[in-house]
Structure formats: C-alpha cells, structure tokens
Design a protein around this ligand. Structure first.
Ligand code: C5P
Length: 309
C-alpha cells in the first residue's frame, strides 16, 4: 500500500502545459536563455500526495516512471528540501507522485511535481504562505515551476519564471500526441544554439497570439502558434515531422511541438473534432498514444485536504 506507514495525506492535482508561443533569445551569462512565451495549462494532470512519515522519501507511479529519479535529485524532493529549510521543519514526509503528464515530454511534468509538492506540503504543515512566497520558491526550483503553481494562460518572460495572466476568452481543445521516447530539455536548447550558430535569434512577435486568445478564435490562434524549439526538437527526433503532418491531415487546425518536445499538441476547432482527430491520429501509428485535453485549467490545487491527525 502506498501510504501504509503514514497518516492522512494531502493530495494536489497539477496540470501539464503547452507553450502557444515560445520565442527563445540569446544565451545569458547564467547559461539560461531569455524567453518570451505564452504558457497554457491543459487537462493532463499529475497527482502529488504528501504525508507525515517515519519512512521519508519519494515514490513514483505511472507510465515512464523508470526514467524518473526517486532520490534527492528529483525536483519534487528539492521542493521538500527548500520548503523545509524555509520553514525550519524536519522533512519527515513521504511524497507519492502519480504521473499523468508524459515524462521528458516537453510538458513540464517535473516542474508540475515541484509546484504540486510546494502546495501539498504547505497545506500539510499549515504554513499559510502567500502566493508570492510560493512563487519565489517555485522560481528557485525551475523555470516552469511558477507557471505550474498558477495555471491558466500566462505570458512568461525572463527564463520563464516571470509570469502575468493573459486574457483567454474561450476553452481551447487539444489532441496531445505522446512520443515513444523522451527528449532532454538542455539537449534541445543546446541543439537550437548549434543550429543558430552565430546568427541572431529571429523576430517572433507575441502580439498575434495574445490577440487571438483575447478574441477566443481558435482559427486565428492556429495561424499564430509558434515555437523556436520546434526546429531543434525535430532535428533531434526527425519522426516528429510525420507526427505533425498526420495531426493536421486528421483535421487539426495546427500542430506544434510542446516546449522542448517531443510531445506534439494539435489545436482543434471544438471538443467533438478533437475526439475525431484523436481517433484518426491514433490509427496512423506515428506516436505512442494520444490524449484529448482542454485548456486553460487552474494550476496546482489541493483535491483532498483531509484533517490531519
Ligand atoms: O529551469 P529548468 O531546470 O526547467 O531548465 C532545464 C534546462 O533547460 C536548463 O538547465 C537549461 O539547459 C534549459 N533552459 C534554458 N533557458 C531557459 C529555460 C531552460 O536554457 N529559459
């Protein structure tokens, strides 16, 4: 049993993201790239459960978990360490991750787990932290962790950790194509640097995306989706070209590599067409599996806050 040796867990649900827009600038002195991005939280979720335990540690369940570390290098455990230090608590807790977000998929699953752990542990320890305090800790843990806390649709700048909400008028309907193998985010950024060489980063304006979102027009949005990391992901995993083509052939308005990939996200006109596109894409054999999702959805939220003993 997952929590046999522990008392009432707090469970948090936390979403995956796709980047509707991802403009990657030059490399900074700290090795990160300046970004202008539009994050969009979609309805694929990880669950993070934390509980007091005499056997502290981390366990991970779900598809692809053999690639997920269960030691203190896991971002979720780094969130435990950070919050313990911040609050002066003993990290005698057990963290259980149930993965619904593809591992190494470009959908910020590891960041989601860190954000979920911050929220779950603050509730377990009754820390009463402000959103600002949580956001500050999230930013220390990783570039996408702040967004995973907040969810919705947001403009991200800096290395991705500075976010402001974006007006997004209607739900968007997606088909998500999961790849057979993952891609490492640093490798994809490195490949982009290699492909660019000494060339200046291209100009990719964010305004058309923001306008399409404000209008709630999926067709206008489909025309303005763009991701500078896509060429690098395709260069490392050339099969993605076929996946992207197959989704559009199946009836999607547009397809895009999600973040650093290799997951592909296909924007569909409505919920019904998303189901049809998913069924057709699943039959073509260009990906491991497909999911239907919608966005925007909220960020990390407690779903089971049972009274503590
Ligand atoms: O911040 P995070 O740990 O998610 O970043 C993972 C890796 O992705 C970084 O080590 C870096 O190689 C790359 N990255 C980047 N510029 C960003 C965000 C991530 O180069 N803005």
């Amino acid at each position: 049993m997952v929590f046999s040796a522990v008392r009432s867990p707090v469970t948090v649900r936390v979403p995956a993201k796709v980047n509707l827009h991802l403009a990657v600038g030059g490399v900074r002195a700290d090795g990160f790239h300046d970004l202008v991005t539009v994050f969009h939280a979609v309805s694929l979720f990880d669950e993070v459960a934390v509980a007091h335990s005499d056997e502290p540690g981390l366990e991970v369940h779900g598809e692809g978990v053999s690639e997920v570390p269960v030691d203190d290098t896991n971002l979720a455990w780094r969130a435990v360490d950070l919050l313990a230090k911040h609050s002066g608590r003993d990290p005698a807790v057990r963290v259980v991750l149930r993965k619904g977000i593809p591992v190494a998929g470009g959908m910020a699953g590891g960041s989601a787990d860190a954000a979920g752990t911050l929220v779950a542990l603050s509730a377990l320890w009754r820390l009463d932290l402000s959103r600002d305090e949580l956001s500050e800790m999230a930013a220390q843990l990783g570039s996408d962790v702040t967004f995973a806390l907040h969810g919705g649709t947001a403009l991200g700048t800096g290395r991705g950790e500075r976010i402001v909400p974006v007006l997004s008028r209607h739900p968007l309907h997606w088909v998500i194509a999961l790849a057979r193998r993952g891609l490492s985010t640093p490798t994809v950024f490195g490949e982009l640097d290699r492909l660019r060489g000494a060339a200046e980063p291209p100009d990719r304006p964010v305004e058309p995306v923001l306008t399409a979102l404000a209008q709630g027009d999926p067709r206008a949005l489909a025309l303005s989706l763009g991701n500078d990391l896509q060429a690098a992901a395709v260069s490392l995993a050339p099969d993605l070209r076929r996946t992207l083509r197959a989704g559009v052939n199946a009836g999607a308005l547009a397809g895009i590599v999600s973040g650093s990939g290799p997951t592909c996200a296909f924007l569909c006109p409505d919920a019904e067409s998303a189901v049809e596109v998913a069924a057709e894409l699943a039959g073509v054999g260009v990906c491991r599996t497909v999911r239907v999702a919608h966005g925007p959805v909220p960020g990390a939220r407690v779903v089971d806050d049972s009274p503590q003993q």
